[in-house]
Design a protein around this ligand. Structure first.
Ligand SMILES: [Zn+2]
Length: 337
């Protein structure tokens, strides 16, 4: 088996600015108001019905693997491949570890409190992007038992009684999410549900000692509750220390959608990352590369435009380049020298 050396470049990139801003100006006003623009964000009523299976397994099913959440590191710019010794172009392949993917993602947007930025725009982003070409090429990451199709924006909620803290731990976020599901103030989890949780300014997230906008831009994770796998993404406010280190656009909103798209596609292709036991990549991971990480990590500074939104491009195994759709000519990962 060939071994390739990967190195990260940590330089701040200036490229992509004109590209991104040109598209931002072209963003067309919607012709008719879709449901998510009329919806009062909270509450929509959902009844939580614990299953018999769930009740039985509760005592021993809540665990958190030490492999843990998958972060998008700050100032993390796409992989550079060391020049292949053989002269053959080096290949990066995400491997399938046997775990689930999300077949038809249902995004549930949760705002931690009323001060979360861009609340009027985030639902439109998910509603459009899950129904776009950005999803269609992800079929190449189907599994023997699951396809990957377009998804939807399911709901959006303002969290009730979520504590504002200058520093909050991931376990507290899990508790809040669990509380919302159990009290019916967020839809129950199923295999396709992905909770995307947005945080207000001046609230920092502590993930096992690593802090948002110092170490990471965002992350996705998963845990078991009542026997159900709960998949979620954590999107800190992208100002402060994240500004300039998470996405290459001068627009805060563009970077927010870029970071969100990174976590969205990674959760879709590798949702159970938080359930891996031990420190080595293993089942129930989905698509993962032991050196390069997940689908978004390899392309961390490559951005594209889909449906008028800035997205991060993602790695295509089949095309060996970073793409935002099958018609995207691709942004290759640079080989130094
Ligand atoms: Zn990532």
């Amino acid at each position: 088996m060939k071994k390739y050396i990967f190195a990260t470049t940590v330089s701040l990139l200036a490229t992509g600015f004109t590209f991104a801003s040109a598209f931002a100006q072209e963003k067309a006003a919607p012709t008719a108001s879709p449901w998510y623009q009329k919806l009062v964000p909270f509450p929509r009523e959902f009844r939580f019905k614990p299953s018999a299976k769930a009740a039985l397994s509760e005592s021993n099913s809540d665990f958190k693997g030490s492999f843990g959440a998958h972060i998008m590191p700050i100032n993390f710019h796409a992989f550079s491949l060391a020049k292949a010794q053989t002269g053959a172009p080096p290949k990066i392949l995400l491997s399938y570890y046997g775990g689930p993917v999300i077949s038809r993602v249902k995004v549930v947007v949760i705002y931690w409190d009323k001060n979360v930025a861009f609340q009027d725009q985030i639902p439109g982003f998910f509603a459009n992007i899950t129904q776009s070409l950005f999803f269609d090429w992800l079929k190449e990451y189907r599994t023997p038992s699951q396809s990957i199709e377009r998804g939807s924006l399911e709901a959006m909620h303002l969290a009730q009684k979520a504590p504002f803290k200058n520093l909050i731990e991931d376990s507290e976020i899990q508790s809040q999410l669990t509380r919302m599901i159990q009290t019916g103030s967020a839809p129950p989890a199923d295999k396709d549900t992905l909770y995307m949780i947005y945080f207000p300014p001046r609230m920092q997230i502590d993930l096992a000692g690593q802090k948002s906008c110092e170490v990471f831009c965002a992350y996705h994770n998963s845990f078991l509750k009542n026997g159900e796998e709960i998949n979620y993404g954590v999107i800190p406010d992208q100002g402060g220390g994240c500004n300039g280190g998470c996405g290459t656009s001068p627009s805060r909103f563009d970077n927010e959608t870029s970071v969100s798209s990174h976590e969205l596609t990674e959760a879709v292709t590798d949702p159970a990352v938080g359930l891996v036991k031990g420190s080595q990549p293993a089942y129930p991971l989905g698509w993962y590369n032991a050196s390069a990480g997940e689908i978004g990590d390899i392309c961390a500074d490559k951005q594209g435009n889909v449906e008028g939104y800035i997205v991060q491009k993602e790695w295509s195994n089949s095309r060996q380049t970073c793409v935002s759709s099958s018609s995207d000519p691709g942004s290759p990962v640079a080989s130094p020298n």
